[in-house]
Design a protein around this ligand. Structure first.
Ligand code: ADP
Length: 339
């Protein structure tokens, strides 16, 4: 069920379906529409002729022909007229209708461009917010096993505004640069050779894995008992303690059901670091407990990686929205959270 941002030409996406930001005639145009028709070949236009157009906010499906996807879902976005003409509702409907059509055709993966943000003039940040919101609404209320990709051409579209970007940039620089200056002075090791796990513990962020956090665990006996917990045992315990259902937790973590089932059924499951962090954020853990959970899977957060520092930033600010964090990671060219 996850939603992921990618930077790619949508005609290269090997998803079950890609979505075309078409116009009402469905007979091709410029921008992403032109690119899709060129890559699919003339048969796509022939099938489109039989559809007799499409209204804004609606969606129609064709085959993918020479494209690597099985289907193309054609939807017509709103033309931006200042925002007071129901543009947002129409845009939202484009995503919902396209996803409904994809699910009805058994698709398990769909890629969207940022509809209306080209010739139709919709402001990119707002379009991005509406796109993510509409997609998450659909995924949260649907049983379909669907992975959705938002294909973004430029960083401008990410809703992390200039001020926030600057603030984060200096947060990252303060920590990242300071550490690397130290390291260089000490042993003149090239930066590229540094790996977070090779760092001495003193330079990692506080990790209570070796010193149980009594405030969190309650008692010494409990804390000692938790030393033997595996990653999946700790995760399941934390989910229970949070009062969330499993589904609420993995959906909030942007993790798909299959991956969660694997973790649930295998006591010794070894997650990727991004997966472990996604759960820590979904559970709204503080920094020490996040380190504890990561430690169970052999990871830590340190100041030798920008990725880690960005995660630290959001946890210390108690901002746990994975989509917001993923947008930021995307803007900094870092790996994204979730499956
Ligand atoms: P609209 O008419 O709905 O505004 P456009 O095709 O003009 O549609 O642009 C929609 C968005 O798709 C823009 O943000 C544009 O940068 C992006 N885009 C254009 N070509 C591609 C492509 N090949 N793959 C992914 N995104 C694309």
């Amino acid at each position: 069920m996850p939603l992921l941002l990618v930077r790619e030409d949508i005609t290269r996406m090997k998803t079950d379906a890609i979505v075309n930001a078409a116009n009402t005639s469905l007979l091709g145009g410029g921008g992403v529409d032109g690119a899709i028709h060129r890559a699919a070949g003339p048969e796509l236009l022939e099938e489109c002729r039989e559809l007799h157009g499409c209204k804004p906010g609606q969606a129609k499906l064709t085959r993918g022909y020479k494209l690597p996807c099985r289907y193309v879902i054609h939807t017509v976005g709103p033309v931006w007229q200042g925002g007071g003409h129901g543009e947002e509702a129409v845009l939202r409907s484009c995503y919902t209708q396209s996803l409904t059509l994809a699910a009805a055709h058994g698709c398990t993966s769909v890629a969207f461009p940022l509809i209306s943000t080209g010739r139709y003039g919709y402001p990119k940040e707002q379009a991005m917010q509406t796109a993510q919101d509409a997609i998450m609404q659909f995924l949260t209320h649907s049983d379909a096993d669907l992975t959705v990709y938002l294909v973004v051409f430029d960083k401008e579209a990410t809703a992390i505004g200039r001020e926030r970007f600057k603030e984060l940039q200096s947060f990252v620089d303060d920590r990242y640069v300071a550490l690397h200056k130290d390291v260089r002075r000490r042993d003149a090791e090239p930066l590229e050779a540094m790996h977070e796990d090779a760092l001495p513990m003193a330079q990692a962020l506080p990790s209570p894995a070796s010193a149980p956090n009594f405030m969190v665990s309650g008692s010494l006996a409990e804390a000692l008992g938790q030393l033997d917990e595996s990653f999946s045992q700790m995760l399941l315990r934390l989910i229970d303690e949070s009062g969330m259902t499993d589904a609420q937790c993995y959906k909030k973590a942007n993790i798909d059901r299959k991956l969660f089932s694997k973790i649930r059924s295998d006591l010794h499951y070894h997650p990727k670091k991004t997966t472990a962090i996604a759960f820590a954020l979904a559970l709204e853990l503080d920094l020490p407990t996040t380190q504890d959970l990561l430690g169970k899977a052999g990871f830590t957060l340190s100041h030798s990686s920008k990725f880690d520092i960005i995660i630290e930033y959001f946890i210390t600010k108690k901002r746990y929205n994975i989509l917001e964090i993923n947008e930021t990671l995307f803007a900094f060219d870092q790996p994204l959270l979730g499956a």
